[in-house]
Design a protein around this ligand. Structure first.
Ligand SMILES: O=C(O)CCC(=O)C(=O)O
Ligand SMILES: [Fe+2]
Length: 308
């Protein structure tokens, strides 16, 4: 039986908790180890998401380079492919945890990326990397990005459970991981792995006869450019069918006081029936929240030459 304490597996430390652990403790564990697994957080939803996504996975092409994987299938634009995925991406426990971290640095956060990563038997290990290297910033600065990986199948060391390097979010930018420092995220379907943009990780090697399917949902600070262009992946005519909180999470919202306006107005107003704008309204509550944020001197952070 699982306890709410971090547990160890055969490969070493595995930071795994049950959903009833309180948010402050989850946040502290995430910041200490750079990742956290919440076990069986949404088993039924994950099973529904798998049913929704399976037909798309069946016809998806394999990757064409070492990073994307010759035996790995990837999908984007997940929210229009699965209603269950819409619920998973707005899961209250995950969002509460993200808010504790990302709202230290921005007035709101947004969806950065939606994806399925499906490893067929024979998939090789993906090169280890930091997702936060999307931006030319040292990961030792502020948290820009928080990826999550929902297990839609079993994740284990044999079938390519995500490789994670515990504690690597605190390492210097140029320190590489030694093989003994890498663990595999092992979790049953419906569990979620949450990590930081600065945590070294990568898809595992699938040396089993079973496929491994993960649904990657990433979130970022509201004032950053999103990796997956959400307005094209989920255009207004598609987003129209989504609940308002999901539309706002996608980015049909202010990303700061005036960031992302349309006609000088909250972009979400375009979804209001009969909206005729422009109304040129400001959002005083966002201005007030922004005033409370510290200012970050990005020029004082070590900037990396490496961008992918
Ligand atoms: O498939 C996985 O477990 C991780 C994939 C990943 O980290 C990526 O594609 O950025
Ligand atoms: Fe990654």
């Amino acid at each position: 039986m699982r306890t709410t304490q971090p547990m160890a597996n055969a490969t070493g430390h595995l930071n795994i908790v049950t959903p009833d652990l309180d948010m402050a403790a989850m946040h502290a564990l995430l910041l200490e180890h750079g990742y956290l697994i919440i076990e069986e957080l949404a088993v039924d939803l994950a099973s529904r998401a798998w049913q929704d996504l399976k037909p798309h996975i069946d016809v998806a092409p394999f990757g064409h380079d070492e990073f994307l994987g010759a035996r790995t299938k990837r999908l984007g634009g997940i929210l229009q492919k699965s209603e269950a995925a819409q619920e998973l991406v707005t899961h209250r426990v995950v969002l509460s945890l993200l808010e504790r971290e990302l709202l230290k640095y921005a007035t709101n956060y947004q969806l950065n990326f939606t994806g399925v990563m499906h490893l067929e038997p024979g998939a090789l290990a993906q090169p280890l990397h930091r997702d936060g290297d999307l931006y030319p910033l040292s990961h030792l600065g502020i948290t820009t990005l928080m990826p999550t990986m929902w297990a839609l199948s079993e994740f284990d060391a044999a079938n390519g459970g995500t490789q994670v390097v515990p504690g690597s979010h605190l390492w210097p930018d140029d320190r590489d991981a030694e093989p003994h420092e890498v663990i595999n995220a092992e979790m049953p379907p419906g569990s979620v792995l949450i990590y930081l943009g600065g945590t070294i990780h990568g898809g595992g090697e699938n040396a089993s006869q079973r496929a491994r399917t993960g649904m990657a949902m990433q979130y970022s600070l509201g004032w950053l450019r999103q990796e997956e262009n959400q307005y094209l992946a989920h255009p207004p005519e598609v987003a129209q069918a989504f609940p308002e909180p999901l539309r706002r999470l996608i980015g049909y919202d202010y990303g700061g006081s005036y960031l992302g306006f349309v006609n000088g107005d909250d972009p979400h107003r375009l979804f209001e029936p009969g909206y005729s704008g422009p109304a040129m309204r400001s959002r005083p509550e966002i201005d007030a929240a922004k005033e409370k944020l510290p200012r970050f001197a990005l020029t004082q952070l070590p900037v990396k030459g490496k961008v992918f």
